[in-house]
Design a binder for this molecule. Structure first.
Ligand SMILES: Cc1cc2nc3c(=O)[nH]c(=O)nc-3n(C[C@H](O)[C@H](O)[C@H](O)COP(=O)(O)OP(=O)(O)OC[C@H]3O[C@@H](n4cnc5c(N)ncnc54)[C@H](O)[C@@H]3O)c2cc1C
Length: 418
């Protein structure tokens, strides 16, 4: 099986965090608790897709006074937004198109956590992050110390080599992605009046060149002044979008373990170069302990067809077996007998051909917006995407992040036939 994995490691050496004007502006963003004062209070917006991107968009739209309906075909955070790692980094996207989006979002995560008691309700916490090299092993702890091993926490007692600190509690953090997304939608419903409709979007209806409603499977029509399509990897199955650009799914696997001695596990996220005992190219799985005592391990990704129903996505047994081997090679606490397996799962990263998310108004359909293609950074970038999308829909312009680079208009005239 061809195995690929989108790299999340920061460039080596770590980029210097030189302050610039854009950065100092985004660090001022606060997630205030009162709705902003706008003239557009009664604007009716339908947000389609109940992943982190749709939910963040619905939250900020409703908080700003819009009348929001969220349409989700299965359940909120049933797909990647419920099965992701939830790792957040301030500066790992620096130097690329995502830089200001990621920085704004990292800071929004911090202020949202203050507002929603994120530490308690969805496991928000700052983390130390290490990179290290691990070779598959079937024995107990290696016992041998390699250079730099003093920075390794004691539970990482497998065959770890060359550890390096690549994130600190100031620059890296985590959330439990499903709890984050569900906490946000609960707040949006209770405090800002969002209505959640479980149903499948079938079509977006236009009057002239302007959106006027959406139609759900079964024929229900919801009238709207604006529609936001946040369908993740299912964007590629929606003709209005797939006729303009390609969004494809990269299937990735994860397991959730619950070690008996969960108190031994410290808040250290691990980014591995993992070598099979028989040799070959290294893989790059990730290990995230969570404050609830669980340890999440992910990796093993490859392009695959996205099934229509998110509930039908299951992991490939060989990929799950490799992730268990990764866990037990990292720590004796994560070996069979020492840890219960709480979940074996898979989900799809929504990817674009130029690796840049697509956020903006759909060319030729006024009032219809799209937000997708966040690949391996959707949990990080959800809040700033949602806040920027709310501004774009209600004010016609996003001030939080410059969305020009993300515009779907970049694909006009470039779509090839598939
Ligand atoms: C293994 C793994 C680990 C990851 N780890 C991290 C991480 O540590 N940090 C990070 O920032 N990101 C991470 N990601 C990436 C992140 O999970 C995604 O970028 C993000 O969840 C995408 O969110 P989304 O809302 O665009 O899509 P999704 O979560 O896929 O949501 C799309 C929703 O749309 C719904 N839908 C689809 N079609 C329709 C329709 N016709 N009508 C109504 N609803 C519909 C679906 O049911 C689904 O709920 C990880 C991803 C994977 C796979």
């Amino acid at each position: 099986m061809a195995v690929t994995s989108p790299s999340r490691l920061p460039p080596f050496p770590q980029p210097l965090r030189t302050p610039n004007r854009r950065i100092s502006r985004v660090t001022l963003i606060r997630s205030t608790s009162s709705p902003m004062n706008r003239n557009s209070h009664s604007k009716r917006v339908v947000v389609c897709g109940g992943g982190v991107i749709g939910v963040c968009t619905a939250y900020f739209l409703a908080k700003s006074g819009a009348a929001v309906t969220l349409v989700e075909k299965s359940s909120v955070a049933c797909a990647a937004s419920g099965k992701a790692g939830g790792f957040l980094a301030l500066d790992w996207c620096d130097g690329g198109a995502l830089s200001s989006l990621a920085r704004a979002s990292f800071n929004l995560h911090r202020s949202l956590s203050e507002e929603l008691d994120g530490a308690r309700s969805y496991g928000y916490r700052p983390l130390t992050t290490l990179s290290l090299t691990v070779t598959e092993s079937h024995s107990a702890s290696s016992g041998s110390k390699s250079p730099g091993s003093s920075i390794l926490p004691s539970w990482v007692d497998g065959s770890a080599r060359t550890p390096r600190t690549i994130g600190t509690a100031e620059t890296t953090a985590q959330v439990h992605p499903q709890l984050f997304t569900r906490t946000l939608i609960s707040k949006a419903v209770e405090k800002y009046g969002v209505e959640v409709v479980i149903g499948k979007l079938e079509s977006v209806e236009v009057d002239g060149d302007r959106v006027n409603s959406v139609v759900l499977e079964g024929g229900r029509v919801i009238e709207s002044d604006a529609v936001v399509l946040a369908l993740g990897p299912w964007s590629g199955k929606f003709e209005l979008l797939s006729s303009l650009f390609r969004v494809y799914g990269l299937k990735a696997h994860s397991i959730v373990l619950e070690p008996k001695e969960s108190d031994a596990i410290t808040p250290h996220a691990l980014f591995l170069s993992y070598y099979h005992s028989q040799g070959g190219k290294p893989m790059d799985p990730e290990v995230y302990p969570r404050p609830n005592g669980e340890v999440y391990v992910c990796g093993m990704s490859a392009e695959a067809e996205v099934p229509d129903d998110p509930e039908q996505i299951v992991g490939d047994p060989e990929s799950i077996r490799v992730l268990k081997s990764v866990a037990s090679s990292v720590s004796s606490h994560l070996r069979e007998g020492e840890a219960q397996v709480r979940a074996e799962q898979a989900c799809f990263l929504p990817c674009t051909d130029d690796s840049v998310p697509i956020i903006g108004e759909v060319p030729g359909v006024r009032g219809c917006y799209v937000a997708t293609g966040h690949s391996c950074w959707g949990i990080l970038n959800g809040p700033a995407t949602g806040a920027a999308m709310a501004e774009l829909v209600l004010d016609g312009y996003a001030s939080i992040v410059d969305l020009a680079e993300f515009s779907p208009a970049r694909f006009v005239g470039r779509r090839r036939k598939f």
